[in-house]
Ligand binder design. Sequence first.
Ligand code: TGC
Ligand code: FAD
Length: 392
Amino acid sequence: MASDLFESPDYYNIDDLLSEEHKLVRTATRDWVKKEVSPIIEDYAQKAEFPTQLIKGLAEVGAFGPYIPEEYGGAGLDQISYGLMMQEIERGDSGVRSTCSVQSSLVMFPIYAYGSEEQKQKFLPKLASGEFLGSFGLTEPNFGSNPGGMITNFKDMGDHYLLNGAKMWISNAPFADVAVVWAKNEEGRIHGLIVERGMEGFTTPETHNKWSLRASATGELVFDNVKVPKENLLPGRSGLGAPLSCLDSARYGIAWGAVGAAMDCYDTALRYAKERIQFDRPIAGFQLQQKKLAEMITEITKAQLMVWRLGTLKNEGKATTAQISMAKRNSVEIALKIAREARQILGGMGITGDYSIMRHMMNLESVVTYEGTHDIHLLITGMDITGIPAFK
Ligand code: TGC
Ligand code: FAD
């Protein structure tokens, strides 16, 4: 990829709404992304390989459990700092941000929120330091948007649980040391179990041939009579609301992250349009290109304001599931549109790996689907404003 010249757009002086700590966190993450992610990411995406060497740096920059208290190894930051980190990391690559979302919000968060003290002490510091990589198993081959129908199950065998079933489309699965797995007990009640690599009958085959999130490892979690110690059940919460509450936290991070991808596409297209000469003038001087660029910065600015406000609500413990859904859906939608328009501004160059745009565009095709599809988030808004669920 060409050298990383990224300059962050801030059309409405949103920086004035950020604290010094927020700006420091953002600068540190941005500098790290420019130094460690940008130079290698295109190559890893082309090879469809997960850049495992980034794990240590992600931990050092605080991207594993930014809002988890320091006593458990987290960074103890607020939700705006978490959001800004996800924005900067996804500005580099959605797949790298995925790793952080899963580790922080889908593995550390449930252990922190619903785990026993022993579970927190055992797993959180190692997850925060990157010694352990985690994955989150909710989706199954026949239950994606409708996770409540899952068939993965466990039986109480007296001194342990016996886990059977399979999860698919699981980020980090092939490399994960631990997996937070959602399964039904004999009464059909959903619980979270911490499954550890090495447990007999637990395998994590990799999913190949993806055109999207190629620098993120995706796989299955397969459980064939896995004996899970009883102390690995998350005791604090059961029911579908438990995994869905983790999704709230991850979707919030994605709402910020997708803005980062949009910012990178806009910034790249603006710079290119000012430099690229056709018909003896920069293409940025043509009205059609200005329309594209002006609409991009308008949508980015609206999305920046939305996620900032959502962050303030989240800091106050007031952000609702429906508000988070709206922001996740909006950010990904505008990012995808901006990626497509930006790609066109670059003409033929836009399809190459010399620029980040096509990679962002392909990555965003996963982001618009995972953590609740575009349709599901619209239906969550619909249910919230009408009071009538239209899922079933
Ligand atoms: P429904 O009857 O509405 O709700 C069941 C129970 O859950 C409660 N609840 C929530 N609780 C906490 N937080 C939330 N966000 C909640 N949403 C609902 C609800 O109150 C109810 O509680 P109770 O006590 O009454 O039982 O459930 P439903 O089966 O009708 O489904 C609703 C629907 C469709 C919105 C939900 O299933 C959904 O969100 N589906 C989308 C599935 C999804 O997002 N999967 C993501 C998998 S993980 C992933 O993609 C990771 S990618 C990571 C990466 O790489 O970055
Ligand atoms: P389906 O649910 O089969 O949906 C197919 C289509 O039907 C969609 O367009 C959907 O919007 C539509 N649809 C479904 N229900 C309705 C309805 N009621 N009304 C209208 N339209 C509807 N899952 C995890 O648990 N952990 C992970 O780490 C994880 N990582 C992922 C990484 C990648 C790269 C991808 C692609 C997915 C990942 N997922 C993960 C799974 C992801 O959450 C699911 O793909 C997603 O929830 C959608 O499920 P599905 O693919 O089964 O699609």
